[in-house]
Design a protein around this ligand. Structure first.
Ligand SMILES: Cc1cc2nc3c(=O)[nH]c(=O)nc-3n(C[C@H](O)[C@H](O)[C@H](O)COP(=O)(O)OP(=O)(O)OC[C@H]3O[C@@H](n4cnc5c(N)ncnc54)[C@H](O)[C@@H]3O)c2cc1C
Length: 551
C-alpha cells in the first residue's frame, strides 16, 4: 500500500480530509480557503469522480434543455486551493487516523492520514427496495446514471418511431417515474414535456398523445414536503400536474416489482413499459457499516448540534449522509441548501478547534424551496413568500444558477438557455457499446425471457426461479419441451450458430437471470475449452430438458 503524496510539511499543520466531493465539500472549502492559503491548515478532498454533480439540473439534462456536461463542474477548479485526491474511499481506521483509498485503474491502494475527518459522502440509491429495480430501473444519483437515463429516453423515441407493433410502441412510449418528491415531480413533468414536444416534431411518425408518463407515489399528495408549510403551493402544483400536463398520477401506490417489459404496482396493476425511473428512497454508504457511529432510521450518521460526531475525536458529518439536528426540531432534510450549510459550519468549527475557541451551533433553518413543473412553470417559496407559475419558474432557474458552484458552468448554462429555444432540444443519443456487458435481469411469472424467432443477442444463466422451454408446433399451439431451474443456461444456439431463437423461454415463477452479451459469451467460450464446451452444449443433455434442446 502506498502513502498518498502529502502536502509539504503536512504533519506540522492540521490536515483536514473530506470524504466526498459534493456540496458539503464545496462549502467546507469556502469556509477554510483563507486558512489553507495562510498555511494554517492543509485540506484534502477525496472523491471517486473528478467533478461535482449539480443534481438540481438533472431534470433539465434529461429533457435536453441543457447539454449533459453542464451539470458537472471540474473538481480541481472548484476545490482549489485544497488538494484533490481522485479515488474510491475503501476503509477508515479511526484509531490510526488513516483513510484508505483505491484508484480506478487497477485498485492500487493509498493511505491518507488526517487530523480532522469530514464525512460528506452523500446518499446512494437503495436498489433493493423492490425486485427488479437494480436490474431494470434507472436511477439518477450519479452523473453516469443521469447520462444513461438521458440516452435511454432518446433511445425509446428512436425505437418507437420505427416500431410497427402497436403494443410494443405503446410500451416504449410509457415512462414510469417512482417517487412524488421534488426530484420525481421535476423528472416526470420535464420528460412529459420533452417527449410530447419531440413526438411529431423530430419524430414525425409519433403523436404527442401516444406518450404516457405515470408518476407513482406512496403518499396521498405529491410534494408532501410542501403540504405542511405551503399547502397552497402544494395544491397549485398538484392541480397543474393533473390539469395542464399529461402526467398520470398513481397516488397511494408503490411499485412492487420491475421487469424489462412492465412495472407491477402493489395493488396488482401491471403497466407495460420499457422505462422505470426511480427517484425515491436513499441508502447510505456501506462504509458506515464498519464504523461505530450512531445512525438514524435512514442510516444517516447522527451528529450533535455542532455537526460533530459525538464520542469521536475530530470527526464531522454533513449533507445527505448525516442526521444533523434541525434548529426547529427533527433532523435536516436531504437537500442541497442543508448540505451547503453543514459544510460551512463544519469548516468554521474545525477552524475554531484549531484556534482553541469554543464551537458554534448549527443554525441554518431554511431559505426556500422551488420545484419546476415543466412547460416553464414552477412553484417556489423564498423566506416564506410563495409564488407560482412562470415567475416561480424564473425564480427556480435563478436560484439554481446562483448555487451552481463553478462560474464556467454558470456561463455555459446561460448560453444553453439562450440558444436552445432557437436550435431546439438535442436528440443525439450517446450510445455506449454494451456488447460485452454482463447484466442481471428479473422476470415475473408468465413473461418471456427469449421469444422463438427472435435474433439472439444474449446468453442466459438462470440464477433463481423456474422457467419452461416452449416451441410453437405445426398447428400453431405451444408445446412445453422442458423445465429449467437454477444453474441452467439457455440461448446458446443463436449465440454460437447465428440462427434465430428456436424456442421461447418463459418464466413460471419470479426468475432472476444473468445475461451475457454475444461477444462476452463468445470470448468466454474461446478462452476456455471446458467452459466453451459446456456453454455450447446447452441444457439438452440434462434431465430437465428434452433432446430438442433450447433456443
Ligand atoms: C435527481 C436529483 C434532484 C435533486 N434536486 C434537488 C433540488 O432541486 N433541490 C435541492 O435542494 N436538492 C436536490 N437534490 C438533493 C441534493 O442534490 C443533495 O441534497 C445534495 O447534493 C447533497 O450534497 P452532499 O454533499 O451531501 O452529497 P453529494 O452531492 O451527493 O456528494 C457526495 C459525494 O461523495 C462521493 N462519494 C460517495 N461515496 C464515495 C466513496 N466511497 N469514495 C469516494 N467518493 C465517494 C460522490 O462521488 C460525491 O462526490 C436532488 C437530488 C437528486 C438525486
Amino acid at each position: 500500500m502506498e502513502a498518498a503524496a502529502q502536502p509539504q510539511a503536512a504533519r506540522r499543520r492540521p490536515h483536514v480530509v473530506c470524504l466526498g466531493g459534493g456540496f458539503v465539500a464545496v462549502y467546507l472549502v469556502k469556509a477554510l480557503k483563507r486558512a489553507v492559503r495562510r498555511r494554517e491548515i492543509d485540506l484534502t478532498i477525496i472523491s471517486r469522480e473528478n467533478f461535482h454533480t449539480f443534481h438540481g439540473f438533472v431534470p433539465e439534462m434529461l429533457g435536453s434543455r441543457i447539454q449533459s456536461g453542464q451539470v458537472a463542474s471540474p473538481a480541481r477548479r472548484l476545490f482549489a486551493p485544497a488538494r484533490f485526491h481522485n479515488a474510491e474511499v475503501e476503509a477508515i481506521d479511526l484509531d490510526r487516523r488513516i483513510v484508505t483509498t483505491s484508484r480506478d485503474l487497477d485498485g492500487r491502494q493509498f493511505e491518507v492520514p488526517y487530523d480532522h475527518l469530514v464525512f460528506g459522502l452523500g446518499a446512494r440509491d437503495d436498489l433493493e427496495r423492490y425486485p427488479g429495480l437494480a436490474e431494470h430501473g434507472l436511477v439518477l444519483l450519479g452523473y453516469a446514471d443521469a447520462l444513461r437515463a438521458r440516452n435511454h429516453v432518446i433511445g425509446i423515441l428512436e425505437m418507437a418511431d420505427m416500431e410497427p407493433d402497436a403494443e410494443e410502441r405503446a410500451r416504449l412510449l410509457t415512462v414510469i417515474v417512482v417517487g412524488g418528491n421534488f426530484g420525481g415531480v421535476e423528472v416526470a413533468t420535464e420528460l412529459d414535456d420533452y417527449l410530447r414536444s419531440m413526438a411529431g416534431r423530430e419524430y414525425p411518425r409519433l403523436e404527442p398523445h401516444e406518450v404516457r408518463v405515470v408518476l407513482v407515489h406512496p403518499g396521498e399528495h405529491i410534494l408532501e414536503e410542501l403540504s405542511v408549510r405551503q399547502p397552497r403551493l402544494q395544491r397549485w402544483a398538484q392541480d397543474f400536474v393533473t390539469g395542464r400536463t399529461g402526467v398520470e398520477l398513481r397516488l397511494g401506490r408503490r411499485v412492487s416489482a420491475a421487469t424489462p417489459t412492465e412495472a407491477v404496482l402493489d395493488d396488482g396493476e401491471r403497466i407495460a413499459t420499457r422505462t422505470i425511473i426511480s427517484s425515491a428512497g436513499t441508502a447510505q454508504s456501506p462504509l458506515f457499516d464498519t464504523l461505530p457511529f450512531e445512525r438514524d432510521e435512514r442510516g444517516r450518521i447522527v451528529t450533535d448540534p455542532f455537526v460533530k460526531i459525538p464520542d469521536a475525536s475530530n470527526v464531522w458529518a454533513g449533507g445527505d449522509c448525516a442526521a444533523v439536528p434541525h434548529p426547529r426540531g427533527g433532523a435536516n432534510p436531504q437537500l442541497a441548501l442543508y448540505a451547503m450549510a453543514t459544510g460551512w459550519r463544519i469548516g468554521r468549527n474545525i477552524l475554531r478547534t484549531v484556534r482553541g475557541r469554543p464551537l458554534q451551533r448549527y443554525r441554518f433553518t431554511e431559505l426556500g424551496d422551488a420545484c419546476s413543473l415543466g412547460r416553464r412553470r414552477a412553484v417556489a417559496h423564498i423566506r416564506g413568500v410563495g409564488i407560482t407559475g412562470f415567475p416561480a419558474w424564473l425564480a427556480w432557474r435563478g436560484l439554481l444558477l446562483l448555487f451552481m458552484p463553478s462560474v464556467d458552468r454558470r456561463l455555459r448554462l446561460v448560453l444553453d438557455w439562450l440558444v436552445t429555444p432557437f436550435v431546439g432540444r438535442d436528440v443525439a443519443r450517446l450510445h455506449l457499446d454494451e456488447a460485452m456487458a454482463v447484466r442481471r435481469e428479473v422476470y415475473e411469472a408468465g413473461q418471456d425471457i427469449v421469444t422463438q424467432g427472435d435474433i439472439g443477442r444474449r446468453l442466459y444463466v438462470l440464477q433463481s426461479g423456474e422457467a419452461e422451454v416452449l416451441r410453437v408446433n405445426g398447428e400453431g399451439a405451444e408445446e412445453v419441451l422442458a423445465h429449467l431451474g437454477p444453474g441452467d443456461h439457455f440461448g446458446e444456439i443463436s449465440i454460437f450458430e447465428g440462427s434465430r431463437r428456436t424456442a421461447s423461454i418463459r418464466a413460471t415463477t419470479r426468475t432472476q437471470v444473468l445475461s451475457l452479451g454475444r461477444d462476452a459469451a463468445q470470448h468466454l467460450s474461446a478462452a476456455s475449452q471446458p467452459i466453451g464446451a459446456h456453454l455450447r452444449h446447452g441444457p439438452g443433455n440434462r434431465d430437465t430438458t428434452t433432446e430438442d434442446g433450447t433456443p
